[in-house]
Design a protein around this ligand. Structure first.
Ligand code: C5P
Length: 230
């Protein structure tokens, strides 16, 4: 089936404490969002990249999209939560897709996604009936806290992974997973798919693909992109 990208970019980025939403902070002279879109749009097997924006977004049209205009489509249907934003985006693009086509949902705030990881995600999943996601094995020891800020328990980390994006699912699976509207606790698409009783495949990311959450992450992102010649 065909493959399209869908980038939920309707968040306010409150943890960054910046005046503008974090996806529009500058990185190598262009917004973070530009790089996250470009990471997908430069691959020929991704036909189109839909960017789901807040209806109030003023920044997308101000951005220089040269080099990507043939492939990107803005959709001003963002919602209150990430899940709602993705659900609205899927509804808006459904006329163009069949049940078995692929949708790759990618965070607006992951500008360092490499072509290498994206190509491996596709080659690993292309015959899968459901889909999966990029992720990395947990490297640190993980503690569950008590409400008083002390350690309640140390969690065995050997089977724990940190979920990243893209999260690549069959269009029909993803639409059904998000249809309920019970968005509380759904922080990624995979968790919604899991609630259908399906098991998304974990594909180990090899390159840096962190989420820009705090201001200092921008400096690291700049170094990563420069080291790749971007
Ligand atoms: O806040 P967080 O980093 O988890 O957001 C992940 C992604 O979801 C970001 O790309 C953000 O723009 C998006 N989002 C959205 N609509 C919302 C909330 C978040 O598109 N209402």
């Amino acid at each position: 089936g065909k493959c399209v990208g869908l980038i939920p970019a309707a968040g306010s980025g409150s943890r960054m404490g910046a005046a503008c939403p974090k996806q529009y902070l500058p990185l190598l002279g262009r917004p973070v969002l530009f790089h996250s879109v470009a990471a997908m749009a430069r691959l020929p097997w991704i036909e189109r990249v839909y960017v789901v924006l807040s209806p109030a977004d003023q920044d997308f049209v101000q951005t220089d999209w040269r080099g990507l205009v043939d492939k990107i489509v803005p959709l001003y249907v963002g919602g209150e939560s990430r899940a709602e934003t993705v659900r609205n985006g899927l509804a808006a693009i459904g006329h163009d897709l069949t049940e078995m086509d692929w949708v790759l949902v990618h965070d607006a705030a992951r500008p360092c996604l490499s072509s290498n990881d994206l190509n491996r995600l596709l080659s690993t999943l292309q015959d899968d009936p459901v889909g999966g996601l990029l992720a990395i094995p947990v490297a640190d020891t993980i503690k569950r806290a008590s409400t008083d800020g002390t350690v309640a328990v140390t969690v065995a980390r050997d089977m724990l992974w940190q979920a990243q994006t893209p999260q690549m699912f069959r269009y029909g699976v993803l639409r059904r997973a998000l249809a309920s509207g019970a968005d509380a606790g759904i922080t990624d698409e995979a968790s919604a798919v899991e609630k259908l009783g399906m098991a998304p495949r974990l594909v180990a990311a090899q390159d840096n693909n962190f989420k820009v959450t705090y201001a200092q992450d921008l400096l690291l992102a700049e170094q990563v992109l420069r080291s790749r010649g971007l």
